[in-house]
Design a protein around this ligand. Structure first.
Ligand code: HEC
Ligand SMILES: [Cu+2]
Length: 332
């Protein structure tokens, strides 16, 4: 309903003697927050912090002062809405749980688009929840250490190739290789080495063992998770890491420029390029726990954004599985 017809409706109610309804409608408009979107260089979201009580509606009137932006709330089911220049998008959201939620821009509005974030502080009685640290922290992994695989496959490992090798996984001796605890804490290269050192697998060739590594990866994901992650990747990661994972996304030219400046260095100084996920020496040397840790925490000044406040834990694991599709032949 547009504003004009709402006003007319309210007037009609007033005439009908329902004054109270008209007043409450007016209050409803008055407590709406006007949220302006601007490119990060021009200030990002204004205001950048919003506060609302749990269970209370937060009424937003979203508008853009420059280009097309998008609005979404991290770790919520709220679908993203477009924020168009010169237009107002009304949105009402209600949070049941107190806490701090991150809202962010969903349209690639410029090279610093991913910096366009704000916070919604939801007040209320907090139920103390035990916090489980992410797996990389539990394992004490240094996710900033450079790693390089010494052993890489001669070709792309495939889960399609050999029925014989997969029959092995039905044997009790191979079951522990399929457990999430094992899979998540080891790099593909370490898994390969474990199999190579296992007397049960001694008759298999190096490439067959890589196929087994791919099988372990596939057993720890689902086609649905990969499909969700593919779209998350296309929307949130491809602009830097590249559509096909090569680290050559369309925003890289601009990003390298802003990198140094953002940290007070001259342009082009201290730049880190996005990881090339198609490089087996790199991706096969890092475990799912490492990749998830990087996604959650971000790159500490390297330009890799922090996604922990945006995605759910399931979504981060799905993204991790998806990244290995740049190394392993995909599930048909
Ligand atoms: C603004 C550019 C940018 C975007 C967007 C971006 N990244 Fe990155 N990413 C980087 C840069 C730069 C690095 C390398 C520096 C580093 O490792 O900290 C990196 C590194 C990583 C690493 C670390 C790899 C390793 O082995 O240490 C992972 C994993 C990763 N990105 C995943 C993602 C995912 C998943 C998304 C989307 C949800 C994403 N990135 C979006 C720039 C970006
Ligand atoms: Cu934007």
């Amino acid at each position: 309903m547009n504003e004009k017809s709402a006003r007319i409706l309210a007037a009609v109610f007033l005439l009908g003697g329902l004054a109270a309804l008209g007043i409450s409608w007016r209050l409803g408009q008055a407590d709406a927050v006007i949220l302006h979107a601007r490119m990060p260089e021009a200030g990002g979201w204004t205001p950048a912090d919003l506060t609302v009580a749990a269970g209370q509606p937060l009424r937003l009137r979203l508008t853009s002062d420059d280009v097309m932006h998008g609005f979404a709330i991290g770790q919520s089911d709220q679908p993203a809405v477009d924020v168009e220049p010169g237009k107002v998008t009304n949105l009402t959201v209600i949070f049941d749980k107190p806490g701090t939620y991150t809202f962010y821009c969903t349209r690639w509005c410029g090279p610093n688009h991913w910096r366009m974030r704000g916070a919604i502080i939801v007040t209320g009685e907090r139920v103390e929840q035990p916090v489980t640290p992410p797996l990389y922290a539990q394992l004490g992994l240094d996710i900033d250490a450079r790693r390089e695989a010494q052993t890489i496959p001669a070709g792309k490992p495939s889960t399609q190739r050999s029925a014989e090798i997969f029959a092995q996984f039905l044997l009790p001796s191979a079951q522990s290789y399929l457990s999430p605890g094992y899979y998540r804490s080891r790099s593909p290269e370490q898994v390969w080495q474990d199999l190579r050192d296992d007397p049960h697998w001694v008759h298999y060739s190096d490439l067959q063992l890589w196929d087994a590594v791919a099988y372990i990866w596939q057993a720890n994901t689902t086609p649905e998770a990969l499909a969700e992650a593919r779209s998350l990747y296309a929307r949130n990661c491809a602009a830097c890491h590249g559509e096909s994972g090569g680290g050559d996304g369309v925003f890289i030219g601009g990003q390298v420029q802003v990198q140094g400046e953002a940290h007070g260095f001259p342009p082009g100084y201290e730049t880190v390029l996005p990881t090339d996920f198609t490089d087996p020496r790199h991706l096969l040397a890092v475990s799912p726990a490492h990749l998830q840790g990087k996604i959650i925490r971000g790159g500490m000044g390297t330009g890799m954004p922090m996604w922990g406040v945006i995605f759910t834990e399931e979504q981060t694991w799905a993204l991790v599985s998806y990244l290995y599709t740049f190394q392993f032949e995909e599930v048909p």
